[in-house]
Design a protein around this ligand. Structure first.
Ligand code: SAM
Length: 250
């Protein structure tokens, strides 16, 4: 074992993930800023920049939690929109009602009331018909899903032909030294921060462990292809601490 790393069993995982996000929902946005030093905001900006939202586009944001991706998408789409063009719209889907509730409140506070929908649902069994979206995003969500291959096949199913799949996720650090610092950070410092700030050490320990278990960049590409996605590629962020994977339903 590495810094007390343990393997979480499949049945255990679904339950654990629910508990984690139930307990962190109200603290979630604050903790994101603290733990990443605000860098998650830049990664998310980059992610949306790569997606290049356009008027009329229909996005499904899975594991959308408290709405970070959805809000960025709508504001970028709006910037590009001319008067006669149709609005872009986003459906936020998350398995956790608490996270969605926080997201809805944030949307109301930001006066975002149109072109956004909040749906409780599982990434592995999406409650949407085939070929219904132009784009699918999942940010820091896929690693929480029990069967990521199933989730990616579902992503492909709900995408229209020509639609794009994009995943933002913690990945494998590719820079020497940085990888060691990162290990110390995630297995030693992070759980303590979780304890102090969110009074939940376990949740943040789970976070570090789930990052470890997630397939590295190249393996993700193989699994995306297996799920039926084409022209798969990725880009590292911050030396591979995170990565953006992109693929298309042809
Ligand atoms: N996308 C948001 C962001 O970037 O800030 C939230 C990411 S949060 C780390 C992970 C989210 O995944 C949680 O809101 C959790 O409820 C959701 N989640 C976990 N398992 C899921 C599943 N099987 N289907 C859909 N959402 C899931």
């Amino acid at each position: 074992t590495h810094f007390g790393f343990r393997t979480v069993k499949t049945e255990e995982k679904q339950h654990l993930v629910r508990e984690v996000f139930d307990s962190v929902a109200s603290n979630y946005d604050l903790m994101n800023d603290l733990m990443s030093g605000g860098v998650h905001r830049l990664w998310k900006d980059r992610f949306i920049e790569m997606l290049a939202p356009r008027p009329g586009q229909k996005l499904l944001d899975v594991a959308g939690g408290t709405g970070d991706i959805a809000f960025r998408f709508l504001s970028q789409a709006q910037k590009r929109q001319k008067d006669d063009q149709p609005d872009a719209s986003v459906t936020v889907c998350d398995i956790n009602g608490e996270m969605l509730r926080v997201g809805r409140d944030r949307a109301v506070n930001r006066n975002i009331l149109r072109n956004i929908e909040w749906v409780e649902g599982d990434a592995q069994h999406l409650p949407f018909p085939d070929a219904s979206f132009d784009a699918y995003t999942i940010a820091f969500g896929l690693r929480n899903v029990t069967d990521i291959d199933l989730a990616m096949r579902e992503a492909r199913r709900v995408l229209k032909p020509g639609g794009r799949f994009m995943c933002l996720e913690f990945s494998k650090v590719v820079m020497p030294v940085l990888d060691q610092l990162y290990d110390v950070y995630s297995f030693k410092i992070l759980p303590v921060m979780g304890q102090v700030v969110a009074r939940n050490r376990e949740a943040y320990q789970y976070l570090a462990e789930s990052i470890r278990q997630f397939p590295p960049q190249e393996q993700m590409i193989e699994r995306m292809k297996k799920a039926g996605l084409s022209q798969c590629s990725y880009r590292n962020l911050s030396g591979g601490i995170a990565a953006i994977h992109s693929g298309w339903r042809i």
